[in-house]
Design a protein around this ligand. Structure first.
Ligand SMILES: Cc1cc2nc3c(=O)[nH]c(=O)nc-3n(C[C@H](O)[C@H](O)[C@H](O)COP(=O)(O)OP(=O)(O)OC[C@H]3O[C@@H](n4cnc5c(N)ncnc54)[C@H](O)[C@@H]3O)c2cc1C
Length: 499
């Protein structure tokens, strides 16, 4: 074994630590860009010009004989997804350089943004003006385009639903290069098919998103639980409580976890204030764990902006695999301000340096289980992976009349996103076989797998899992002449489909 291989396998942080200063430079550059953009107006290049540029590329593709389907030119390493998007190499790539916030309409409570705007950038913009999104997915680098096309969820989703439910209209470039604005009234079928289509029904060039007034604090209650019965009872209670505005849970093993519920507020009790995002603050999940070890529930007020960034520093709980000492108190006080490094750069580094076998036991997957089946589902996930911590986040399907296809399923059930991120301690763990078993189990129990991560779904399993939603999707693909222009969603999201 060479010294480099030894270091990669045993001390990956030696390589990862260099990503920290690179990320700081990247962030400074980006900050300068956004500040200048705010001063001189929302765009350097007018949005209309950028749209024309995308149209021109699509028309050029047609003139050249529409030889291969199209996809966005965004390189794989920039995406948060851990999928290998090798399909990009054999497709016609279309540049969508659209990183600007176009317009804030406070009267209609809407913000219009381009797809490359990151959730962190949009958050800062809205909060400084007294607004926020009802659903704020947690990693700052997630893009609006990715969240619309690939789905997004947050601890407020039990109230507002998935990210797609806060989208009011989409501006799309269709297969023939036309530009259309679609909303629930002018074309409900197309409008409903766009979320979760992964860019296979056209290119998104702008989206109107709902906004709500920003409240500066969240009053967060931490409830430690010590048996699976208690977990499910408390989680169900807070999910169904109409006064609760934020619900999530972190399971530290099969029977123990902390269920959190929050209410956004204008005022706080100063002696209970916790500035979670201060550079020296410990990782959020470690802080949550203290309630479990103290065996005591607690209430805190957290600045809402800090709450939105709570999982950033530790990428939920993946950071210990990257820079294991980053939660050490000395490191936090000296270098905590520079964290976290860019997830995309770290992903690139791991992919290119770390031998494949070392990632064999790694699981990064979310399953949407019905709340009513949570207990059995958690037991099943435990049997299959034994990965902890596990994230629990409920979502309701708030389907307005006439828009039933916005839902992945016909059923109205509350689903719980069970996020499994980490290395399995199971000896001889077989990731692909496990994934297949878990996907089969999801189909059999009427649940689903989140498609942003790697999936092993066969085409018939995929059709079975999303049968309801695909009815509308397939219809739209035919109607909008997408067959030649874009791959089928299955060809993009599944490992088998991509190969
Ligand atoms: C560690 C980790 C943490 C995560 N945390 C969260 C979380 O807290 N909350 C949450 O909701 N999700 C989370 N996710 C999942 C995340 O929301 C999805 O992976 C999302 O789709 C990624 O967005 P992205 O900006 O990287 O987009 P990409 O991966 O670049 O894009 C996703 C899809 O959308 C398509 N697309 C993007 N822009 C356009 C466009 N303009 N036109 C047409 N098609 C387009 C792309 O082709 C691609 O198929 C997490 C994922 C990971 C790996």
């Amino acid at each position: 074994m060479s010294v480099i291989t030894y270091l990669v396998q045993n001390h990956f942080w030696i390589f990862a630590i260099w990503v920290v200063p690179m990320s700081v430079i990247y962030d400074l550059f980006y900050l300068a860009y956004t500040r200048v953009a705010y001063i001189f107006g929302p765009t350097f290049v007018k949005h209309e010009e950028k749209v024309k540029n995308v149209q021109k590329q699509v028309r050029q593709w047609m003139e050249e004989g529409s030889k291969t389907p199209m996809c966005t030119a965004r390189p794989c390493w920039k995406s948060i997804s851990l999928q290998t998007m090798n399909y990009k190499n054999r497709m016609h790539k279309v540049q969508i350089n659209m990183p600007d916030i176009i317009h804030l309409d406070e009267e209609k409570r809407l913000v219009r943004v381009e797809p490359m705007v990151s959730i962190g950038q949009l958050n800062d913009f809205l909060i400084s003006r007294g607004w926020t999104l009802p659903v704020v997915p947690e990693l700052d680098d997630l893009t609006i385009g990715g969240l619309v096309m690939g789905g997004g969820i947050e601890s407020t989703s039990h109230k507002y639903g998935l990210f797609q439910y806060i989208c009011k209209a989409f501006e799309m470039i269709t297969a023939d290069g036309s530009v259309v604005w679609t909303d629930k009234d002018n074309d409900p079928e197309y409008f409903c098919a766009i979320p979760f289509s992964y860019g296979t029904l056209g290119f998104l060039t702008a989206v109107d998103l709902d906004i709500v007034p920003y409240k500066p604090y969240i009053k967060l209650t931490y409830e430690p639980v010590y048996s699976l019965d208690e977990v499910v009872a408390e989680f169900t209670r807070v999910t169904n409580d109409p006064t609760v505005e934020s619900v999530e849970g972190i399971m530290f093993n099969l029977n123990e976890g902390v269920i959190m519920n929050g209410v956004f507020t204008d005022e706080c009790e100063p002696d209970k204030l916790n500035y979670l995002a201060k550079w020296y603050s410990p990782w959020f999940y470690k802080h949550v764990e203290t309630y479990l070890t103290k065996r005591q529930s607690g209430v805190e007020y957290i600045p809402t902006i800090d709450f939105y960034h709570r999982q950033n520093k530790a990428f939920f709980w993946l950071m210990p695999y990257i820079i294991p000492f980053a939660n050490n108190v000395v490191f936090r006080y000296l270098f905590g301000w520079s964290m976290p490094p860019k997830f995309s750069l770290l992903k690139w580094l791991r992919k290119n340096l770390v031998p494949k076998e070392q990632n064999e036991n790694f699981v990064c997957q979310d399953f949407g289980y019905e709340l009513e089946k949570l207990q059995d589902s958690l037991k099943f996930v435990d049997e299959q992976t034994k990965v902890y911590p596990i994230w629990l986040c409920p979502t309701r399907h708030c389907v307005p009349e006439g828009l039933e296809y916005l839902n992945l399923f016909k059923r109205e059930a509350v689903h719980v996103d069970v996020g499994i991120y980490g290395f399995s301690p199971i000896k001889g763990f077989k990731p692909e076989a496990t994934q297949k078993r878990m996907e089969r189990h999801a189909i059999d129990t009427g649940c689903y797998v989140a498609l942003y991560a790697e999936t092993q779904l066969t085409r018939s399993d995929f059709d079975e899992m999303f049968e309801f939603n695909l009815r509308n999707y397939d219809k739209i693909r035919k109607r909008m002449n997408c067959e030649k222009a874009f791959p089928h969603v299955y060809e993009k999201i599944s490992k088998l489909g991509r190969s």
